[in-house]
Design a protein around this ligand. Structure first.
Ligand SMILES: O=C(O)CCC(=O)C(=O)O
Ligand SMILES: [Fe+2]
Length: 308
């Protein structure tokens, strides 16, 4: 099983008016990818590899600084936005049964005036990329609803406040430093097995590989960078919402082969429904109890950071 590549041209961000009847076929294609594997590559979205590289470049400049320059921006330093900021290597275990992940991250989750940033250029690039990802996500959520034969706006109603205070959607810039095989702990990975928490995730990768997705047949399949595409996956709240029709697939990032000292970068845009939105099964079933998006996110973040 491979992850399909779908042409998103009909909904490209440069298209100002998109008619629902023109995206029925796209909806069908997304639906089959999300029911079969939970992941899809979209090409011709309007977001270019150059835009991605600009965000990666400025992020890398931040990550390569000495620790004391990064500490003032540490996650947990911003009272009203507890998930915003820098996460140091090994601070997080996305699979709690493994040692801490060998990655650093910068979470941009708020652009409130109270937040101070490493530089104005850093803030600008994170903010403009955040807005581009927001636009693309809203288009994808619309096509998904159409693919499921639902009212086109059904998911959009739950994502009105992306970028505002009552929504946890986060742009996360990830940096995986070179791995020193002598220092690696037993069972340690760049990113442990996990599924994402929210509705959907947009992933942009640099050239270095390592990302793998667990297929329904129980095998891990590689999800390499395809330049110019966006990798999109279903996350856990969307799986609940669709009563398991859409699969929130387990994925992980492996260590590079022994002796390979390359670094890896990626950008993940974790789309989260509005904090107060109650997620219930959209087919009217009671397969999962209703849960508030914000409560669910907080529980999952606490578990990943070992403070639950
Ligand atoms: O680095 C990547 O490509 C993906 C990382 C990931 O799955 C995550 O942070 O949730
Ligand atoms: Fe993930």
């Amino acid at each position: 099983m491979n992850i399909p590549v779908i042409d998103f041209s009909p909904c490209n961000l440069g298209e100002n008016s998109v008619l629902d009847e023109h995206i029925v076929d796209l909806g069908r294609q997304l639906k089959s990818s999300f029911t079969e594997i939970g992941f899809v590559y979209l090409k011709n979205t309007g977001i270019t590899q150059e835009e991605v590289e600009q965000v990666m470049d400025i992020s890398k400049t931040f990550f390569l600084q000495p620790v004391e320059m990064k500490v003032p921006f540490r996650r947990g330093s911003f009272a009203n936005f507890p998930n915003h900021g820098w996460v140091s290597s090994e601070a997080e275990s996305l699979n709690p049964r493994r040692p801490g992940d060998l990655k650093e991250a910068f979470n941009s989750m708020s652009f409130h005036n109270d937040i101070h940033w490493p530089s104005p250029a850093f803030e600008d690039r994170q903010l403009s990329f955040y807005q581009r990802c927001r636009e693309l996500s809203l288009r994808v959520l619309r096509v998904m609803a159409i693919g499921l034969g639902l009212e086109p706006e059904v998911f959009l109603h739950a994502h009105r406040h992306i970028g505002g205070e009552k929504n946890g959607t986060t742009l996360r810039s990830l940096y995986y430093p070179p791995v020193n095989s002598e220092l690696v702990k037993e069972d340690q990975l760049r990113c442990g097995e996990h599924s994402d928490y929210g509705s959907i995730t947009l992933v942009f990768q640099g050239q270095a590989g390592g990302l793998q997705v667990l297929s329904t047949s129980g095998e891990y399949i590689p999800a390499p960078c395809i330049p110019g595409t966006v990798l999109i996956n279903i996350a856990d709240l969307m799986q609940r919402w669709t009563s398991d029709h859409f699969i929130s697939a387990i994925h992980r990032v492996l260590l590079p082969p022994a002796g390979d000292s390359s670094t890896r970068q990626s950008l993940a845009f974790f789309v989260q429904p509005d904090d107060d939105y109650l997620i219930t099964c959209c087919d009217g079933s009671n397969k999962y109890p209703a849960v508030k998006s914000g409560d669910y996110l907080n529980d999952r973040l606490a578990a990943a950071h070992g403070d639950s």
